[in-house]
Design a protein around this ligand. Sequence first.
Ligand code: GLC
Length: 755
Amino acid sequence: MQLTRRSMLVAMGLASAWAATPLAALARSIGKRADAPFIEALIAKMTLEEKAGQLTLLPSAWGGSKAAQFNPPGNGQSFDQQVADAVAGKLTGVFNGNGAEMARRMQHAVMTQSRLGIPLMFAADVIHGHRTLFPLPLGEAASFEPELAERTARAAAFEAAGAGIDWTFAPMVDIARDQRWGRVMEGTGEDILLGSLFAAARVRGFQGDDLTADDAMLACPKHFAAYGAAEAGLDYNTVDISERTLREVYLPPFKASFDAGALTTMASFNEISGVPSTANKWLMTDLLRGEWKFPGMVVSDYTGDEELIMHGFAEDGKDAARLSILAGVDMSMASNLYMMHLPALVREGLVPESQVDESVRRVLTIKAVLGLFDDPFRRIDPAREAKRSMTAQNIALAREAGRKSIVMLRNEGGVLPLPLSSKVALIGPFAEGPHDLIGGWAVYGDDAQAVDLATGMRKAGGTVTVAEGCGVETPVPGGIEAALEAATGADVVVLSLGEAQTMSGEAQSRTDIIVPRVQQELAEAVAKLGKPMVVVLRNGRALALEGVIRDAQAILVTWYLGTESGTAIADILYGSHSPSGRLPVSFPYDTGQQPFHYDRKRTGRPQPPGPRVDYKAQFREVPNEALFPFGHGLTYGEVRYGDLHLDGQVLPWDGAVTVSATVTNSGSHAIEEVAQFYIHDRVASVTRPVRQLVAFDKVALAPDQTKTVSFRLDRSMLEFYGLDEKPVVEPGEFDLWIAPSAQAEGASGKIRLTA
Ligand code: GLC
């Protein structure tokens, strides 16, 4: 399965023709009740208060779900008060409630008691699974299989829509180049192509091919835009980037999402160069609707409109509501500012009623597109919810996705896979127990329903002695002694170390992206025994590995793999499957290198290969490269790349060239290799990255098998944003690689693009 920047661009081209179709026309194509006249007639009946209500989304006041940990119940209301407000037309829906029964009660009250009978919509953060949890999105990206992400998103929609949810606040598509940022865990990492392909795949998975279906959920690519560019990786912090960087790096995954059919997006908390996204008319109207012809709806992020006051951009709540609606943010989440202020803003002539009507039109059309006017209860069936929860099929998919998300950084001396007969000392705070398995964005999941590492290894038939050794960030009295005792009697030590899932995610930026010191001390003590040592990392970001952890004979990156965490890791540890994951984020030598990304610029003084040379772009302490680069990942066997072959020495302006290389599996295990196609534009009117991924191909190889991987290169894959901020391609020399990572030579060559 070959995925290329060109195939994405072609899809975007075709789809953007569709995207120009007004939402009303789209709605008409879906169902009779979704046609524009019906909606216009409804708007004509609505009072200003009812219009403001349709633009107001609140956290559910229904207790009993973990959701309340993510969002405190809106305005401290009771559930009954919230139902009464819904009947009075004061809200368009709620988010992060819990279950079909809650939705049924609210919807029934609105459909039988409200004046206009406009159905509610129910939203939630279904980021990487609902009841069955799949790997963290960053971990799943390591599979380099967008098709897998589409399947897990489809499975999540099947469960979540079965629980009454119409709209998920996902996929998160923020490119993240600073691993200090806690929310890197939620996206696809540092690369633009990978980010765009996974974004589109997840949108397709959530929405399916019929948004009126009872297993379809509306997607919401977020956070628009450039949330991941926060200075110092500090969440919510200032973003100050050029329009060219915005267009070239942070916007493509959104455009790919919209071209895949996403009909909503969420404004980001951050400012961009002085203007907060939630009040950024250039972003939300000129670009999104003017240039991209986006027909859908924009929702603010949690109190993002109210935060305009703290940004120093709005005087007060009323001013914030005015700025937000005028910028093009259709719906207000959690703050209730639109309900409180829009009627007065219109009556005082500060906001044209036509602007409010346009937002109401978008919301009502979205509800129609979801089929809610035809059947407000189409996703609300408590009996069906139970039947769809954690099916054997979804559990099996979680295990497959878990396996494919694991990245093997090192395997010296073939210490992996472990013989089932080996006596294993499993040591560390993540060795066993119902915690840190399902990841940081699991609103409806439960660690207690997931498989921990010790259980997974034992289920595989392994002989495992467990010693916690230490806590995540604190010592355990006698822990090291017990660990040493367990290790002494073992053939091999497996250290289960890393971050708790609460150490990444929203508002969880770290100044030092290391394995906590207390765990490093445990590892140092165990390493002194001289046993073979395998490190199994639990992590929500790239880590700066140090000491014996960095130097362990074998290292597996396992992120948070979800419900089947322990079984998936055991499949790789004991070799029933070979590791095939590739790093979606660069693992640096040191935190001090952040922000770091492989597609960086050369600078005027690039660090030369070989011994250190003074006065070059490099740190005193570490080289200007990654310890384990983007795209890196080993498998059970040696993979060799042959020479690069081009079926033409020159790339004609309107032509194409096939670039190919052989890959050989010289090991004794069946493997999957991700051959990555990189380019470098040697000279251009704007400086270009040292390497840029333009395609990749994941190929299965039997032992001793050789395959040829081929990529079609045409000039669309060489495009960049020029001095005028417009896409451009320039003739010249291009370096080419088909390689196993962003720093590996692989098969390399060059080609000239001629005008
Ligand atoms: C949070 C997050 C956003 C999430 C929303 C609703 O603050 O920024 O990603 O969807 O609130 O929970």
